[in-house]
Ligand binder design. Structure first.
Ligand code: ZN
Length: 399
């Protein structure tokens, strides 16, 4: 068993535990799993790379909410938005989700795979080792199947960050189904059950909002998904609180996402059911929205996750570190909340107990940064400072 690792430099094992960091630390792994993390003085014999002073080793970042399997570009909409057009006006004129759906319909499965893999490699260069990727730009059942198949294929690659697959079953009603909404919802419920039975995804998701799908529609589709073994994530309260939190609690969802709008009863329901809240500060930055009430979320005892929401419209970036900087600057998250929210809490929301922290037995998903301290990760420099990135002990970035 060949042991390798890093020694010297600052090693942070968990962002949730201030005691789990050493200024002269070491981490060692073998066969993809951590076998030691702690002070360098007690480290076992191994083939170490000696870290220079002023470098940092941390768990790999976990991006728990992305729509990264898109093709095409919606830069024209960004320009319209900056001129003052509303997200909903753009959607009504055939832009938004429907523009991405046309691009997916025109693309082959191979083209979607290539776009996603390239994007994931750029994410790895930013220190990200696990990415949740949603479908949801197919809209038409056949196109959803194609997009999902592309995501599943890329999830089998070992030279990109680990992919957790989410079937975003309700995103928008496709144009051809505009007069058959109930039939569309029933079709997607049946498809969600099939995706679950065939184990083509880990989670199902639905976009529940005043301009999207209703609570009853969400219950029909996500209930079917849950019955077929899928975990549940939900987009709720981005524009209006229509009661998604109660449904999330009822379904035992792993997470709810956005929650710019959420009332007290909703926060209580989520807290009682142990549902994590995924904050997406990049989207509210692009949409120029007021942030969610983070102090109320915190007071309710909710576990907070921060994700990039990478998508071609409302968060056209692939950068989780940028989302962290915005989370601290715009949402008032503490440094620890942001960093834990993009590692240990994000992994927990994806039902992954063996990444997000460096502990004995965990996957060797880790990053060497040319930064002196983890708080430096939050400074919005817009550049990558990840020097070497490992997934399962294998290099994704830097040999
Ligand atoms: Zn989203």
């Amino acid at each position: 068993m060949k042991l390798q690792g890093f020694r010297g430099g600052r090693v942070v094992a968990s962002f949730a535990d201030p005691a789990a960091a050493w200024d002269d630390g070491a981490v060692a792994w073998a066969e993809g799993r951590i076998v030691y993390v702690g002070p360098a003085a007690n480290a076992p014999d191994a083939e170490y790379t000696e870290c220079a002073a002023g470098t940092l080793v941390t768990p790999g970042l976990v991006d728990a909410h992305t729509h990264a399997a898109w093709v095409g570009s919606r830069h024209d909409e960004f320009v319209r938005k900056m001129r003052g057009d509303d997200y909903r006006e753009i959607a009504a004129s055939g832009g938004g989700i429907k523009a991405s759906a046309r691009a997916i319909a025109a693309a082959s499965e191979e083209e979607i795979c290539a776009a996603l893999a390239a994007r994931l490699r750029r994410m790895a260069a930013l220190g990200v080792t696990t990415v949740e990727v949603k479908s949801g730009y197919g809209l038409e059942p056949d196109q959803e199947r194609k997009q999902l198949a592309a995501i599943a294929k890329v999830a089998s690659y070992t030279d990109v960050p680990r992919v957790v697959v989410t079937f975003l079953a309700l995103h928008a009603v496709p144009v051809a189904w505009a007069d058959r909404r109930a039939e569309y919802v029933a079709t997607m419920a049946a498809l969600a059950a099939k995706v679950g039975r065939n184990k083509q995804a880990n989670f199902a998701d639905a976009y529940l909002d005043a301009n999207a799908f209703s609570i009853d529609e969400g219950r029909a589709v996500l209930g079917a998904a849950k019955g077929a073994g899928l975990g549940i994530r939900m987009h709720i309260g981005q524009f209006q609180d229509i009661g998604g939190a109660k449904l999330a609690a009822e379904l035992g969802a792993a997470s709810v996402e956005h929650v710019e709008q959420l009332d007290d009863a909703g926060r209580r329901a989520l807290a009682e059911a142990g549902v994590r809240v995924v904050l997406l500060p990049t989207a509210s930055f692009v949409l120029n929205q007021a942030p969610p009430d983070v102090s109320a979320l915190r007071a309710a005892g909710l576990r907070l996750v921060v994700a990039s929401d990478a998508n071609p419209g409302t968060a056209p970036t692939e950068s989780l570190p940028l989302a962290l900087a915005l989370g601290v600057r715009l949402y008032g998250l503490t440094a620890t909340e942001a960093l834990a929210g993009a590692t240990v809490e994000a992994a927990a929301s994806l039902a992954l107990g063996d990444t997000g922290t460096l502990h004995v037995g965990a996957r060797a998903d880790l990053v060497l940064w040319d930064l002196p301290h983890e708080y430096a990760l939050l400074q919005p420099w817009g550049t990558s400072r990840a020097v070497r990135v490992f997934r399962d002990g294998q290099p994704l970035v830097g040999a």
